[in-house]
Design a protein around this ligand. Sequence first.
Ligand SMILES: Cc1cc2nc3c(=O)[nH]c(=O)nc-3n(C[C@H](O)[C@H](O)[C@H](O)COP(=O)(O)O)c2cc1C
Length: 153
Amino acid sequence: MSATTATSAPLLVFFSSVSGNTARFVDKLGLPARRIPLHGADGPLVVDEPFVLVTPTYGGGQGRGVEKGAVPKQVIRFLNDERNRRHIRGVISAGNTNFGDAFCAAGDIISRKCHVPHLYRLEIYGTQDDVDRVTDGLERWWESQSSMQSMAQ
Ligand SMILES: Cc1cc2nc3c(=O)[nH]c(=O)nc-3n(C[C@H](O)[C@H](O)[C@H](O)COP(=O)(O)O)c2cc1C
């Protein structure tokens, strides 16, 4: 088993805008986490181990279709770097049901493009129920991923 497939806690990589809702949710999970910078001037984030991406959805309500602008540009830039993209294992998305069909569209897009499961959708900064479900589900799923990977080695 390599260092990256040990049954350690899942690493979360997240983006959150100035409103900070996603950051608040990630905080409540209490898992190791790294934040994709808001401003380009802060320099790029490069991650060299498996992670689950947590991202809000934007772009809705502009009459440009469900998917246009849904993935924050900072997240696109992060995933365009092959060094990061190769380590994504799943995506959790945040959004607001007021956006109808565009609810959590960013997670659907990333799941499709990166060929990883869309593990969970939550609204705004999530409820205690979301925190409990993600904590429990993510831990079990991560462990099953780790053992699958070690079997394949
Ligand atoms: C301009 C704008 C557009 C948004 N578009 C969508 C959308 O298309 N779909 C969705 O589910 N949520 C949408 N949201 C809701 C955000 O995803 C939600 O508020 C999220 O919690 C923001 O996370 P953050 O504070 O970490 O950036 C939008 C919010 C804003 C302000």
